[in-house]
Design a protein around this ligand. Structure first.
Ligand code: PMP
Length: 408
């Protein structure tokens, strides 16, 4: 039973010992946000208790300490994805990172250029590109999924052409939990001299990502989906691309010299970080990365695969339940979307909540994918390192009870 392996991990998350509706909390909405371990909370507290000062401008020791911790956090993030520190820009979130890239390409695209996405994108990787297309006259093209829910490489070959300037997609879908064929898609894009923008929001907590090996041009992700705090995100960009990009916000910290009428910019990455950054957030994110490293990818991956198998096994005992996308547990990275008979997902989620179970029901910020799958909404179980097979067993048991209840 994989629950034994997770005992130490569970002790790090105080919230897991709480009750919800007089039942032990079963938290299975990790794709929305993960819980935070004590190590992350303590790192943030320690920063405020011992090192708080504004960064990059102090001439005194305390400010230098804060600056060192903030820049050390940047180095930790860089090493985590095999990048260099100057290629890491701290943002607020995946959403902000994606918006920045889209905005910066307003001056680089023209009428008739094409931006290629997949039909499985989160709204935050659709709407910024819609805006870019409207402003520049560029056109959006969507790669389809195959029968099993995988991004179709056959269709990608049709959609990625000489007109393509940007290819962007989620590494892992927040609805289907399936991984895009990233290497192949990036090769197709680069063969046409298009840049690649990867939405890493749902990938970072589940397996290692090497931006060098994958030859990723831009990568966006959020701290809060990988055991870090909210309000901190990352935009990775290849050095040459970032140097070629204009800053998007202006103010203190990002400047080199300012006169009454003009200003020059700092070097990357600072030229993008206007104003006082989220220092504590960056430090908290670095603590989350240290936490993941301490557990180790091997343990994380084998635990999560065992959980996906247990979830499938339990859900498959319910006759009228359909799972979207691949029917192979190993194809899912922490996320399974499903529906139960013709019952409304919101009714089921409310019933589960009464049993202390937190799972998501709705469109998951992916309305175009819902349309593509011809469903109005789904239920979504999303797991993490602290979940146990006993928890998904309980979900299946309550689902059966709810089906019987709603039928009668
Ligand atoms: N992309 C994907 C695939 C996501 O799952 C999410 C969060 N649900 C986002 C982008 C947006 O992340 P954030 O809200 O942290 O900006």
């Amino acid at each position: 039973d994989n629950s034994k392996k997770t005992v130490n991990v569970r002790q790090d998350f105080a919230i897991l010992a709480t009750q919800m509706n007089q039942q032990p909390l079963i938290y299975l909405d990790n794709a929305a946000t993960t819980q935070k371990p004590q190590q992350v909370i303590e790192a943030i507290m320690a920063y405020y208790n011992t090192a708080n000062a504004n960064v990059h401008r102090g001439t005194y020791t305390l400010a230098n300490n804060a600056t060192n911790q903030y820049e050390q956090a940047r180095t930790t993030v860089a090493k985590f994805i095999q990048a260099t520190a100057e290629e890491i820009i701290f943002t607020r979130s995946t959403t902000e990172s994606l918006n920045w890239i889209a905005k910066s390409y307003e001056s680089k695209l023209q009428t008739g250029d094409e931006i290629v996405l997949t039909v499985a994108e989160h709204h935050s990787n659709i709407v910024p590109w819609q805006q870019l297309a409207q402003k520049t006259g560029a056109v959006l093209r969507f790669i389809k999924l195959d029968q099993t829910g995988k991004v179709s490489l056959t269709d990608a070959q049709q959609k990625i052409t000489n007109k393509t300037k940007i290819v962007t997609f989620a590494y892992v879908s927040n609805v289907l939990g399936m991984r895009a064929p990233i290497l192949e898609l990036i090769k197709l894009a680069h063969a046409k001299n298009a840049i690649t923008v990867i939405d890493g929001a749902q990938a970072m907590a589940h397996f290692p990502i090497d931006v060098m090996q994958l030859d990723i041009d831009f990568l966006a992700f959020s701290g809060h989906k990988m055991y870090g705090p909210t309000g901190i995100g990352v935009l990775y960009g290849k050095k040459a691309l970032l140097e070629d990009m204009e800053p998007l916000q202006f103010g203190g910290e990002m400047i080199d010299e300012v006169t009454q009428d003009t200003a020059t910019w700092q070097k990357i990455p600072w030229k993008f970080e206007a104003g006082t950054p989220n220092i504590a957030g960056a430090i908290g994110l670095a603590a989350a990365i240290d936490y993941l490293k301490k557990i180790g990818w091997q343990k994380i991956i084998s635990h999560e695969q065992a959980l996906m198998q247990a979830t499938f096994k339990n859900l498959k005992t319910i006759p009228n339940l359909i799972i979207y996308g691949s029917q192979v547990p190993e194809d899912h990275y922490g996320v399974i979307s499903f529906n139960l008979a013709d019952l409304h997902p919101h009714d089921i989620a409310t019933g589960l909540d009464l049993a202390g179970i937190a799972i998501r029901a709705g469109q998951h910020c992916a309305q175009p994918l819902m349309d593509y799958l011809h469903v109005l909404a789904t239920l979504r179980i999303s797991t993490s390192i602290y979940n146990q097979s006993s928890e998904v067993r309980k979900v299946a048991k309550i689902l059966k009870e709810l089906e019987a209840f709603f039928k009668s």
